[in-house]
Design a protein around this ligand. Structure first.
Ligand code: ADP
Length: 575
């Protein structure tokens, strides 16, 4: 016996039963007991649905009637009331953007005889929007036409909020890691927060002892402008007992789920201010502190107004997490700026120092020449020997100064290159010859030919070759051999300098071409003096010739530095 059956019977019975037969009495008593039992069961079911935020629904397809929570409807039906909606009327309770999708899901469940499972938004009677997860199935007549669709809608607002908050946090993290300009980053985050989780988002940072509004985003851009002006007119007094000032002072987040008129009255300093804040219409506010080196340096404020959404503890937790990520981003930006400032200071110092050193070193060199002539006249062999050593050291010093000046020129884009045609082999052979004379302990072997003509600066290419071979010798204290390979590959003239020295470990391979990079190893540092700029300059020279410089190496076995420079022309012939 179903609800309608019982109901119909009950409604048909007269309430005075005194003249009826006893069998009827008996039947009536049974019916009453059955009705009571069923009523209790329905009530229990309705209660448990309420507790679990579940609503069941039935769409009678043939009659075009939709009942939601039929237990409650059934209870009403027993009491003689009846209410249902047509399918189209029910559809109006679904959020407009989701309607088409819901219709399609239901239709395809009907067509395919499959169960359905979907999530969509609905309006409650107070017009607020809520998420439901809907599951159910369709029932058919024997001949196959659908009779009704039964299902359950479960409220998933909390789950959706968690998802939304976590999506927001991961998007915000992406923004935080994409830039080191923290002001711009905070603006982007405020823009991301609106409208995803707030109608209005505001970031204040303490600057010169005052809370400065560094970012503001509003659902309505006109209101953002208004909010800026409002803040200008009513700046935050850091001694105020509540609001942003309180968060700055205590470093504790604050949640105001409901903003009441009493709160506005208490916070307003003037009648005009109260008037304006009333007009803005605040619904809910939460604020989270931003830290730097354990000090509160700012506050992120989230406000809802138009959407009438009330923040809760889970929102506050998300805001706290966001503020902590913002804190790390600010910290990183600060470290980056400090590092940049230090690098700038170093570069400026090097640039000034090398400039200042150039003149005295040049005059000392000139005077050694004068002294040399004097000593030659007097045939003072000892003085000549000292002068020759002095000259060698002066040459080294000049080279260092020139290299430092070159670094500066590369940075400022002032390094000029000659643009002439020359044979690729020429600067290589000149450099090998010169270095072989200096480093007699080592055998520098040239292998191969290229027959290429290069366009560029012969002296600078010579500088690269000299640097690579000098390094090959410097970093091979236990070897006595350096091999220089010349050849071509495709459109490139190729040079490789191979040594059998200490080698370079993998993690340093790319970094050795960076400015002032030296492998951070105390033994290497002490044994091999240098500034870490030779490879940087060489790399830039090769790059400016449209070429590439790279290295292959194995620790303890040696390194091979490769140079590839596009050639202009190539003589045919045997290699
Ligand atoms: P410098 O030799 O003056 O330190 P470079 O710019 O020429 O500067 O080289 C940078 C770093 O690369 C060196 O400090 C050294 O650690 C490493 N390096 C360069 N050439 C070699 C090589 N042939 N073998 C091993 N390490 C090398």
């Amino acid at each position: 016996m179903n609800i309608k059956h019982i109901s119909a019977k009950l409604n048909g019975y007269p309430h005075s039963l005194t003249s009826e037969k006893s069998s009827h009495d008996q039947q009536f008593v049974e019916l009453l007991a059955e009705r009571k039992k069923m009523q209790e069961q329905l009530e229990r079911l309705a209660l448990s649905h309420q507790a679990a935020q579940i609503e069941s629904f039935e769409w009678n397809i043939q009659k075009n009637q939709v009942f939601s929570s039929p237990e409650e409807k059934a209870l009403k039906e027993i009491k003689g009331k009846r209410s249902f909606k047509t399918f189209d009327a029910w559809m109006k309770t679904v959020y407009p953007l989701d309607r088409e999708r819901v219709k399609n899901v239901l239709q395809s469940a009907i067509d395919s005889h499959a169960e359905f499972d979907c999530e969509f938004r609905v309006f409650w009677s107070d017009k607020s929007i809520h998420w439901v997860s809907s599951k159910g199935k369709v029932f058919y007549e024997k001949k196959g036409s659908p009779i009704k669709l039964l299902g359950i809608n479960r409220n998933i607002d909390a789950q959706k909020k968690r998802e939304q908050n976590s999506d927001f946090l991961s998007e915000a993290s992406k923004i935080f890691s994409s830039s080191l300009d923290y002001q711009q980053t905070l603006e982007s985050v405020a823009n991301l927060a609106v409208p995803a989780i707030a109608d209005w988002c505001n970031v204040d940072i303490i600057q010169n002892g005052k809370a400065q509004q560094v970012a503001i985003a509003h659902r309505n851009p006109k209101k953002a402008k208004f909010a800026k002006e409002f803040r200008k007119r009513y700046p935050i007094d850091v001694n105020e007992p509540t609001g942003i000032a309180e968060v700055l002072r205590t470093g504790e987040p604050r949640l105001y789920p409901y903003i009441t008129d009493e709160m506005l009255v208490a916070a307003a300093k003037t009648k005009k201010q109260l008037q304006i804040t009333r007009k803005i219409g605040l619904t809910s506010v939460m604020m989270a502190p931003i830290f730097s080196q354990k000090e509160t340096i700012g506050v992120i404020t989230f406000v809802t107004s138009e959407t009438k959404k009330h923040y809760d503890q889970s929102d506050l937790q998300m805001a706290g997490e966001l503020a902590s990520r913002a804190s790390s981003a600010i910290e990183n930006a600060r470290h980056y700026k400090e590092a940049q400032d230090a690098v700038r200071l170093r570069d400026d110092f090097i640039s000034v120092a090398s400039h200042e050193l150039k003149t005295p070193v040049t005059s000392v060199k000139m005077f050694t020449q004068v002294l040399k002539k004097h000593s030659e006249k007097k045939n003072d062999r000892q003085a000549l020997s000292y002068l020759s050593k002095m000259n060698r050291q002066l040459n080294k010093l000049t080279e260092l100064i020139v290299d430092l000046l070159n670094v500066r020129k590369i940075q400022t884009g002032e390094m000029e290159l000659h643009n002439a045609l020359f044979k690729f082999e020429k600067p290589i052979k000149e450099a090998v010859e010169m270095l072989q004379q200096i480093y007699t302990k080592y055998t520098i072997t040239v292998i191969g030919k290229s027959r290429c003509v290069i366009r560029g600066d012969k002296e600078r290419i010579g500088q690269v070759v000299t640097n690579l071979i000098s390094n090959a010798i410097k970093y091979s204290p236990s070897a006595n051999e350096v091999k220089v390979y010349i050849g071509t590959k495709g459109k490139y003239a190729r040079l490789s300098v191979k040594d059998f020295g200490i080698g370079i470990s993998k993690e340093h391979l790319d970094k050795v071409f960076e400015r002032f990079y030296r492998i951070n190893d105390t033994i290497t540092d002490k044994t091999f003096p240098g500034l870490g700029i030779g490879l940087y300059i060489s790399y830039e020279i090769v790059r400016r010739h449209g070429g590439k410089l790279w290295v292959e190496s194995e620790i303890g076995k040696g390194s091979t530095f490769h140079v590839a420079i596009p050639f202009e022309k190539r003589k045919r012939g045997k290699k």
